[in-house]
Design a protein around this ligand. Structure first.
Ligand SMILES: *Cc1c(COP(=O)(O)O)cnc(C)c1O
Length: 850
């Protein structure tokens, strides 16, 4: 039978009339957060649901006709189906929230959100990790709130790789193609033909078609170069996420930025705010400048116009996480596009100039091409300000215009259905009170035993799911039955509830997955203590080119196979969103041990906390704000100046101390009720303090009030009268740049050094403005209390000095100031350029001090 050719034939079932809207439900990512909807498929055929990897669209093509027909006759099923449909219709008909429409008028404004990856659900694998999941959660919250919003990305038919771990602990990366008709997307057509956008590349144009994904109220447009007009190589440009080499990377980014902006234009959409989520999408700035220049603006004015309504979010404090392209590569790839657009390469290159030599940095482009910028946690905002200080060289880093909005997660997506049901009973309006910490006090009213029962049931489901995965994974690797049984015995033990700790995320070295292994003897005693057993569960992918990251996987794998640790350390392969939901809802403790301050935010710990798990983490990223002393455990990072090895040892010791003296004793402090009351109390504290603060609705509202509204207004202002203000601003900046090197500030007479409380102190400074007018500058006095240890300018009281008179070519500014408190203080004086059209008072980065 060797030479028989087999053909695949797919006979798609007919969907019975009463269930006809299943098709529509399968094509809206609403299903990614509506568990009731997904349950319909599970009810029809749970095995098939697993086989099609939770993909509703594929499910509807593979399900047996008889199952559909049965379902269409089954009254209980139909009732459930109607309930899901009515929830869906109700959701779609709901009006935008008032707090949104107060800030953004849905009829005249539109936020365009660009990102290289989006993670909505495991059935739509166009994400690799935290960035993608965050972008997905941003879209979901935008839909929930009714924000005028559209998202843009790339369609990767192979997405990110599928991971398996071989018997030696090596990561094997496999790519699986997902035909676009199996994904929850629809091809965009205009006048009956597929919409195409094209972008000039070296020696050719590359075409892309556009797919539309529905996420409730909003749409995501995805560009795909797999069209017959392109050469075979170009058709593969969008095949993989973060695949290929640097040329692939820059080409994908050109397509995303330039092609993405063109797609929106072709769709007739006119965004009023542009949100660039991480550097990958920053080329959109060039395309928007090109378009602005067709209305007669020069490059500088066009840039002002574009930047004024653009927000750039940076996500990584790790330098290797920023895309940096050599001059040669940048020139080669952009040249054709720039020629065609009339943009000057040197001017464009200058926008991406980095502090690290003659190279083009996408983060720098993002920052220079936007006037609103943020990091993703308080700590990260500070780190980003330091890292990017070279862009505002004369401005103290704490004052430069990089702000922060801490990441949050989409609650409906990550909250386990069992908790959802309990909340629906205890506090039915929880969905509309997501951001109200007082409301979340209801968690304390849930009886302890009920709280514990829900958690135990989720933990049980997780244990079974982990065991199945371990068995499958090891059967493939040829591990014997008895060994796999030993591996899962502790986890499945029914006579002893076991503390389970989870650690799952990308295996990047700065995340220090193996920190907990720094003292193996001690760890072994801890994990295998017969009275207080502990199981550690690990999962995560390492980038295929990240060898040190893959080495971490091997270390964990090898330990998991050692007799001393067997059953107490488990390593699962192919971490994805489905596994994330399972683990995050089932573990008792979620562990995170990054190297401070490199965890920009981290979000998985937020997902764990929603489900009542306790975080045990380094005080970095979101946990730096989330930890309150009672809702988990924290490890204080050691001084960054110290030797890395020493820091690791110290922090690892803290970790083991916490585990030994606090975590396990609290967990196993069982009284007659069969669970630890102290544990439940902490677990409730975690749930009620984290949920209302670290959810994506709070995050998107923060973006709306802090940036989207201001950027919209700025954009309107700059564009009025054919860009009059943008032109004026660009010219004014040129004048400032030319004059500033000759500008200085002096104080002819020292101020009185003593005064009585309440008394006025006269101040006078003299400025050499090098041809600028007094209206071009702001002169300021900063007063900081001594001895508070806080001499940072943003902790100072500021007084403005007004222009008094011209004296011998010098401009004199003066004020009488009254210190608001008594005591020793530091007084400083400074000057910087100002213009009414600036988005941020210090955006030029110029400042001189007395
Ligand atoms: C939330 C999530 C992440 C991000 O985890 P971090 O803790 O932020 O590293 C990565 N992958 C998946 C599948 C997730 O759900």
């Amino acid at each position: 039978m060797d030479n028989v050719t087999e053909f695949k034939l797919e006979a798609q079932p007919l969907i019975p009339e009463p269930l006809i809207r299943l098709r529509e439900l399968a094509n809206d990512l609403f299903y990614s957060w509506d568990y009731g909807l997904r349950s319909l498929f599970i009810r029809m055929d749970a095995n098939l649901w697993e086989r099609v990897e939770h993909n509703p669209k594929l499910f509807l093509r593979r399900v047996a006709q008889s199952r559909l027909d049965q379902a269409a006759e089954d009254r209980a099923f139909l009732a459930e189906y109607r309930r899901v449909l009515s929830d869906y219709d109700f959701y779609l008909e709901s009006e935008p929230r008032a707090e949104v429409t107060e800030k953004l008028d849905p009829t005249t404004t539109l936020v365009a959100y660009f990102c290289a990856e989006f993670g909505f659900h495991e059935s739509f694998p166009i994400y690799s990790g935290g960035l993608g999941i965050l972008a997905g959660d941003h879209c979901k919250a935008a839909s929930d709130l009714g924000l005028p919003f559209v998202a843009v990305g790339l369609l990767y038919q192979q997405g990110y790789f599928i991971q398996s771990i071989d018997p030696q602990g090596r990561q094997i990366a496999l790519y699986q193609t997902h035909p676009s008709d199996e994904l929850p997307i629809t091809l965009v057509e205009q006048n009956g033909t597929p919409l195409h956008v094209s972008v000039a590349f070296p020696g050719r144009e590359i075409q892309a078609c556009v797919w539309e994904a529905r996420i409730g109220h909003i749409r995501l447009y995805l560009l795909d170069t797999n069209v017959s007009e392109n050469s075979p190589e170009d058709r593969e440009l969008t095949l993989q996420l973060y695949g290929g080499d640097e040329t692939t990377r820059i080409s994908q980014e050109m397509l995303l930025g330039i092609g993405g902006a063109r797609a929106l234009e072709a769709l007739g959409l006119n965004p009023t705010v542009w949100h660039i989520n991480e550097g990958h999408a920053a080329f959109q700035i060039l395309e928007r400048c090109r378009r602005a220049m067709t209305t007669g603006l020069d490059f500088e004015a066009a840039l002002e116009l574009v930047a004024g309504c653009t927000l750039f979010t940076t996500h990584t404090p790790v330098a290797a996480g920023h895309d940096i392209f050599s001059r040669g590569l940048t020139h080669h790839n952009l040249d054709n596009y720039l020629q065609e657009s009339g943009l000057d390469f040197e001017k464009v290159f200058a926008l991406g100039a980095s502090s690290a030599g003659d190279a083009f940095n996408m983060t720098s482009l993002g920052l220079r091409g936007s006037r609103f910028h943020n990091g993703v946690s308080r700590i990260h905002g500070g780190v980003a300000s330091q890292m990017e200080q070279h862009l505002w060289p004369q401005v103290p880093a704490e004052e430069n215009p990089i702000e922060y909005i801490t990441n949050g997660v989409h609650v409906s997506t990550f909250l386990a259905p069992e908790w959802t049901r309990l909340f629906d009973m205890e506090a039915p309006t929880w969905r509309s009170n997501l951001r109200d910490p007082d409301f979340w006090e209801f968690v304390d009213r849930i009886p302890d035993h009920q709280f514990w029962t829900v958690h135990q049931s989720l933990k049980q489901q997780m244990a079974e799911s982990i065991s199945r995965r371990v068995a499958r994974q090891h059967a493939r690797n040829g591990t014997g039955h008895t060994v796999t049984d030993t591996m899962t015995r502790q986890l499945l033990s029914t006579d002893r509830d076991t503390l389970v700790i989870g650690f799952a995320r990308r295996f990047a070295t700065y995340k220090r997955a193996t920190l907990i292994f720094s003292d193996l003897d001690r760890l072994q005693r801890l994990l295998t203590n017969p009275d207080r057993p502990v199981v550690l569960v690990f999962a995560g992918k390492a980038h295929p080119r990240d060898n040190p990251g893959q080495q971490l996987i091997k270390v964990i794998h090898d330990l998991s196979m050692e007799r001393e640790f067997m059953g107490h350390i488990l390593l699962l392969e192919n971490y994805d969103q489905a596994m994330a939901r399972r683990l995050l809802a089932g573990v008792d403790v979620w562990l995170n041990t990054p190297e401070y301050p490199r965890e920009a935010s981290g979000t998985s710990g937020e997902k764990a906390a929603l489900n009542g798990a306790l975080n045990l983490s380094i005080l970095d990223g979101w946990w730096g704000e989330g930890y309150d002393g009672h809702n988990g455990w924290a490890i204080t990072p050691r001084d960054m100046e110290l030797d890395a090895e020493f820091r690791n040892e110290e922090e690892a010791r803290d970790l083991l101390d916490l585990l030994e003296f606090e975590v396990t004793p609290l967990y196993y402090e069982r009284a007659h009720q069969g669970y630890s009351r102290g544990w439940v109390e902490r677990s409730k504290a975690s749930m009620k303090t984290v949920t209302p603060r670290f959810n994506s609705e709070r995050m998107v509202m923060d973006y709306t009030t802090r940036f989207y509204q201001a950027a919209t207004e700025q954009g309107v202002q700059l564009a009025a009268d054919e860009g009059r203000l943008a032109r004026e601003l660009a010219q004014w900046k040129q004048k400032i740049r030319a004059a500033w090197p000759g500008v200085s500030l002096t104080m002819p007479e020292c101020p009185e050094v003593k005064c009585r409380h309440g008394e006025k102190i006269p101040l006078m400074v003299s400025a050499n403005l090098n041809g600028l007018g007094p209206e071009d500058v702001r002169v300021e006095c900063l007063l900081t209390p001594d001895g508070t240890g806080n001499s940072e300018p943003d902790a100072a009281t500021r007084f403005r000095l007004d222009f008094a008179k011209e004296n011998d070519g010098m401009m004199e500014f003066s004020a009488s100031i009254t210190p608001s408190y008594a005591g020793l203080q530091t007084l400083r004086l400074r000057m910087y350029p100002v213009h009414q059209a600036l988005s941020h008072p210090l955006e030029m980065g110029f400042m001189v001090w007395v």
